[in-house]
Design a protein around this ligand. Structure first.
Ligand code: PMP
Length: 364
């Protein structure tokens, strides 16, 4: 079949070295003779893994000691409810910056539990983030919510907003561990693991301790950060295999040189693609404003700003023939989307870039 180059937006490519480690421990975890999948979660074996993975998160992101690290279930969307259920009680209202489809969904979910203030003017074309001087922030908000990287629209915050003391909550599902972030600037950071840090099943939540103990009484225990923190993320049966995979991916990041190295590579990889787009005289078209172009998910059109259907189909067909897969844009936006997460190598992105150049030469 030949080597596959997977540019999928998620579930996404995992590092090959991680598969090698997982293969070895798949049926014999930590010398127990059995898999982690058939190990009780109330054993020293699992307690050790639980701590090991928390430790690597803390070290890698330099998480201050007044933050809890939680492994929860229910996916990113579980936290669309979890965030307001845990945080909106203080004032009953929350600020949402809707910069793409995922923050839009989060805002919609939050409305079930309190008042949602839209910080940005409504749009259905997510291609930029307005300047902070124009934001309609409510000083009375319980929290300010952002999605640091919009996976579908390819819009990524280039800096951390100043929320003037109101706790900042960030969905980092699709750019978790792609660069250094100053955790102390956030109240809560969360993300599903299945894009940049592992496989589906676990959501990593990092929460500042002073934001605990204020969940709405209706908050299900399974989504309650305080209850889960007290139980050290072993309230119920955790998704242990997904947590193991996440741990191994994070240890791989450490081995590769940490978050600065991931950031350096992300810049190089995404520039390879964006540069070809820029130099194509409009043959390739990236809709997102340069300052907020995602380094993880690169959506683009071919032939015109709204895309030439026949050309885009041919592009995808030719890509698949070269084993460059999962490049089709999300159904909401169409076109092409190349996801260049940590596990996608510079060489793989170069292969895609070469194909884009060839395709341009043939058709422009
Ligand atoms: N947030 C972002 C930024 C996402 O990309 C996704 C999934 N693609 C979600 C949330 C939802 O995650 P899940 O499918 O795990 O509920």
């Amino acid at each position: 079949m030949g080597k596959i180059h997977n540019f999928g937006a998620g579930p996404a490519k995992l590092p090959e070295e991680v598969y090698d480690i997982l293969k070895d421990e798949f049926t014999n975890f930590d010398g127990t003779g059995i898999s982690i999948m058939e190990t009780s979660h109330r054993t020293p074996t699992y307690f050790k893994l639980n701590k090991e993975v928390q430790d690597v998160v803390r070290n890698l992101m330099n998480v201050p000691s007044n933050y809890k690290i939680l492994f929860l279930s229910g996916g990113g969307q579980g936290q669309f409810a979890g965030v307001p259920l845990n945080l909106i009680s203080r004032t009953g209202t929350a600020d949402y910056l809707v910069t793409g489809a995922w923050s839009a969904k989060a805002a919609k979910e939050a409305k079930k539990y309190g008042k949602v203030n839209m910080v940005l003017p409504p749009t259905d074309r997510y291609v930029d983030i307005p300047d902070q001087s124009t934001w309609n922030l409510d000083p009375n908000a319980s929290y300010v919510y952002i999605c640091t990287n919009e996976t579908i629209h390819g819009v990524e915050f280039d800096s951390i907003p100043d929320t003037k003391g109101v706790p900042l909550v960030a969905d980092m599902s699709s750019n978790f561990m792609s660069k250094k972030v100053d955790v102390s600037k956030f109240g809560v950071i969360y993300g599903g693991a299945q894009k940049n840090i592992g496989t589906a099943g676990v959501v990593l939540v990092i929460v500042r301790e002073d934001l605990l103990n204020q969940a709405l009484p209706i908050c299900p225990s399974i989504l309650d950060w305080t209850v889960n923190a007290k139980a050290d993320s072993i309230l119920n049966t955790p998704p242990m295999f997904a947590i193991l995979v996440m741990g191994r991916v994070l240890q791989w990041i450490v081995k590769k040189g940490g978050l600065d190295k991931m950031a350096e590579l992300a810049t190089k990889k995404s520039s390879l693609i964006y540069d070809i787009i820029e130099e194509s005289n409009g043959f390739y078209y990236a809709p997102v404003a340069k300052a907020v172009r995602s380094k993880m998910n690169i959506p683009f059109r071919i032939g015109s700003p709204t895309g030439d259907d026949a050309l885009e189909k041919e592009f995808l067909k030719g890509a698949e023939a070269l084993n460059l897969i999962q490049l089709k844009g999300h159904r909401d936006v169409g076109g092409i989307r190349a996801s260049t997460y940590n596990a996608v190598t510079l060489e793989e992105v170069q292969t895609l870039a070469n194909y884009m150049k060839e395709f341009y030469k043939k058709h422009a």
